[in-house]
Design a binder for this molecule. Structure first.
Ligand SMILES: C[S@@+](CC[C@H](N)C(=O)[O-])C[C@H]1O[C@@H](n2cnc3c(N)ncnc32)[C@H](O)[C@@H]1O
Ligand code: SF4
Length: 303
């Protein structure tokens, strides 16, 4: 579903590059850092990177395929406060989507190994809903339970933005591999209703993170894509409370909007307050912005 793995430059984050941001992290009052990618568990300086953030008192979250969890269990258990594993379905469906035979079994061993180092570490999963798993939502909840995870969260696959390292927006043929047909949207809506009926307690207790309305919104996203109706933008303050830093130093206001500066020469504070960044934030109207209207992964952060 994403093209980040196609990057050829093999660049990775270095712990030394973070030193420049130490003061900024303090003065800006940064609280939480999420390491995503690419695959963070491939980073050769992961331990040092986590240590840098921990020294500053930040919460550190790992977003991973889980394939290397077993091998890196020690550094993960020491370096992260919580883990989010991408799980795209029950075992067979997950393996097919990820195109890795035995991927589910491998991440299962990883979860067990990390828990053997730190039994109480929070491990949740995140499922991107798309063509190949749209009738397997309930089975994915059962799979998350079978792994002993703390929660599961669903989001719709992003089909139309230039995010996820797409050089250009996907051609219609590529979109069709992930998007749902009209009949499949009906099947998804049915699956979501069954999920709500059969798992209301899981929703109420937060094991399934989304509310009923948010779950139903996933079906609506795909329907809007088919009908070509402009979607309603989520309530989001991501550009005002967070920033995305990529391996090449690009600083984005969120995963979906273009870069507004580069943190390779600047401190984080300078980078998020560059002229381009300030002008972007002063002009952005989330409700009417076409990128925001198609956004599948917003942030509404409140202190
Ligand atoms: C890009 S991955 C990077 C971290 C790690 N390699 C992983 O697979 O979790 C982060 C998350 O983005 C999700 N993702 C990838 N392509 C997506 C798309 N087109 N729409 C929505 N989410 C997507 C993945 O499923 C994963 O949960
Ligand atoms: S709604 Fe999405 S695209 Fe718009 S600012 Fe928030 S995260 Fe970015």
């Amino acid at each position: 579903m994403c093209d980040i793995w196609k990057r050829k430059d093999g660049r990775e984050f270095h712990a030394a590059d973070l030193e420049r941001h130490r003061e900024s992290i303090r003065t800006l009052g940064v609280k939480h850092v999420v390491l995503t990618g690419g695959e963070p568990l491939l980073n050769r300086e992961l331990g040092a990177i986590c240590e840098f953030f921990h020294d500053l008192g930040l919460r550190v979250t790992l977003l991973t395929t889980g394939l290397l969890l077993q091998k890196k269990a020690d550094v993960v258990a020491r370096g992260f406060d919580d883990i989010i594993i991408s799980i795209d379905g029950p075992p067979e469906v997950h393996d097919r989507i990820r195109r890795v035979s035995g991927a589910f079994r491998t991440l299962q061993k990883g979860v067990m190994e990390v828990r053997s180092h730190r039994s109480q570490i929070l491990i949740s999963c995140r499922t991107t809903v798309q063509k190949l798993n749209h009738t397997h939502l309930r089975a994915t909840v059962s799979a998350a339970r079978s792994l002993g995870l703390d929660s599961i969260s669903f989001l719709a696959a992003d089909i139309s933005s230039a995010a996820f390292n797409r050089e250009e927006r996907w051609a219609p043929e590529r979109q069709k591999e992930i998007a749902l047909s009209r009949a499949e949207v009906s099947e998804l809506e049915e699956e979501i209703e069954l999920l709500i009926q059969m798992h209301q307690e899981d929703i109420d207790r937060g094991f399934i993170v989304e509310s009923n309305a948010k779950l139903r919104r996933i079906g609506t996203r795909f329907r809007e894509h088919i009908d070509g109706t402009p979607p309603k933008a989520p309530i989001c303050n991501a550009p005002w409370v967070s920033a995305v830093i990529e391996v090449d130093g690009s600083v984005r206001p969120c995963f979906f909007h273009p870069s507004v500066s580069n943190a390779h020469q600047l401190t984080l504070e300078e980078a998020i307050n560059s002229e381009t960044a300030l002008s972007f934030r002063s002009r952005l109207q989330v409700a009417s912005n076409p990128v925001c209207q198609r956004c599948v992964c917003s942030l509404n952060y409140a202190r």
